[in-house]
Design a protein around this ligand. Structure first.
Ligand SMILES: *Cc1c(COP(=O)(O)O)cnc(C)c1O
Length: 391
């Protein structure tokens, strides 16, 4: 998948890999694939129409279906989430400094870099893993133009506090909602918060179109601008209104999304079942802390993070290695912090003394395998090893 979220290239065929879990490697995630037969009629349709991309019928249908499913009005499909993020920043003509979190997938900060924007890292909250509003407020300077928070693991940011800061200082807010597909708080969507929300439909995400993404806009005018920008800046056949990019979703991806959407109930129920089993089996295990569930939130269980605390006999990396020895590939999302990668680590805000909470969490966190088709036996292999080591 060419993405650091993918399994390590050497993962499935380690020579002499122990046989505790013979044959089947268990990855942190596995995409849900609807039956192939259900996809063939869509392909026939595409072969018949010869309309492969540029706002075809499946593209239009998926935008309408997602708007309905997610409870938002203005959505634009993209070829991936990173281009969605880059384009949203372009649409707002953001420049100068943007305050963001170091505890995310690296694309969040890269999108700033690709726009010539200076990232400023602020620390996160220990309970939500999201940007701490107090740290955002402290990081504001004359050059600050926007805030780029992430709903990490689909847990909602403190949207109200962030909006208050933005309003006070005249800042834009762009949410990286790559993990937050379908998440609801107090019964309603969180995807209409701020100036834009960005989704990713990458293969590793809860809802996937192989690769894909979307921008949720606040109104029709803004969505029209996003749609121009993702298609080279074309407003019509002969008019180019901006130096746009090519970030269009094609018809095969859109068709797969439509089909995937008809399976969402099953996908989410499967993830919930796995999360509930982990919670029941790992609560009270020595040295393992389960992050508290946020109140009034319907999670999508995109990830199952645990914190491996000093009381656990072999430490976080020890547990990660022991799982690997059994062919179980948990992932240390998000370690290392984005602020420690070479292109960012010399920024003043990257100093770990500025990021004590994010630094501590990134050294303790481990995301356990979770996906709809994770069977009980495979999940018990994960659980029993953790309990065995904890003693
Ligand atoms: C997956 C992800 C992205 C990037 O999305 P792609 O569709 O892979 O380009 C951005 N931000 C976060 C937090 C992600 O997890």
């Amino acid at each position: 998948m060419g993405n650091p979220e993918s399994p390590p290239a050497d993962a499935p065929m380690l020579p002499g890999a122990p046989s505790a879990n013979p044959g089947a490697a268990i990855y942190v995630t596995q995409p849900y694939m609807p039956p192939l037969e259900e996809f063939l009629p869509y392909l026939r349709e595409i072969w018949g129409s010869k309309w492969l991309t540029n706002n075809g019928q499946f593209h239009q249908q998926l935008e309408a279906a997602l708007a309905e499913y997610l409870g938002v009005k203005y959505i634009s499909l993209f070829s991936n989430g990173t281009l969605a993020l880059i384009t949203a920043l372009q649409a707002l003509r953001i420049s100068g400094e943007v305050i963001t979190t170091p505890f995310s997938f690296v694309a969040t900060t890269h999108a700033l870099h690709w726009n010539g924007i200076h990232p400023v890292f602020a620390d996160i909250e220990a309970d939500s893993f999201n940007l701490d509003p107090r740290r955002i407020a402290e990081a504001i300077t004359q050059k600050t133009s926007a805030i780029l928070p992430v709903h990490v693991y689909g847990r909602p940011c403190n949207i109200e506090a962030i909006q208050e800061i933005a309003d006070t200082h005249g800042l834009k807010v762009i949410y990286d909602a790559a993990h937050a597909f379908g998440v609801r708080q107090n019964g309603r969507t969180i995807l209409d918060a701020g100036d834009f929300s960005i989704l990713s439909f990458h293969a590793t995400k809860v809802f996937n179109t192989f690769e894909g993404g979307a921008v949720v806009s606040p109104n029709a005018k803004t969505r029209a601008r996003i749609n121009d920008l993702k298609n080279f800046g074309f407003a019509d056949e002969v008019t180019v209104v901006a130096p746009g990019i090519n970030a269009k979703m094609n018809e095969v991806q859109a068709a797969f999304g439509l089909l995937q959407l008809t399976h969402m109930e099953k996908i989410l129920a499967g993830r919930k079942r796995v999360a509930e089993r982990y919670m029941a089996a790992l609560t009270g295990v020595r040295g393992i802390r389960l992050p508290a569930l946020p109140a009034d939130v319907e999670l999508n269980h995109s990830y199952f993070p645990i914190l491996v605390e000093p009381g656990f006999p072999v430490g976080r990396d020890g547990l990660y290695e022991k799982l690997r020895e059994r062919n179980i590939y948990a992932r240390r999302y998000f370690y290392p912090l984005i602020s420690s990668f070479s292109m960012y680590r010399n920024l003043v805000s990257s100093d770990s003394r500025n990021l004590p909470v994010a630094t501590a969490i990134s050294e303790q966190v481990l995301c356990l395998p979770i996906f709809p088709d994770l069977g009980p036996a495979a999940q018990e292999a994960v659980i029993s090893l953790i309990r065995e080591i904890a003693g």
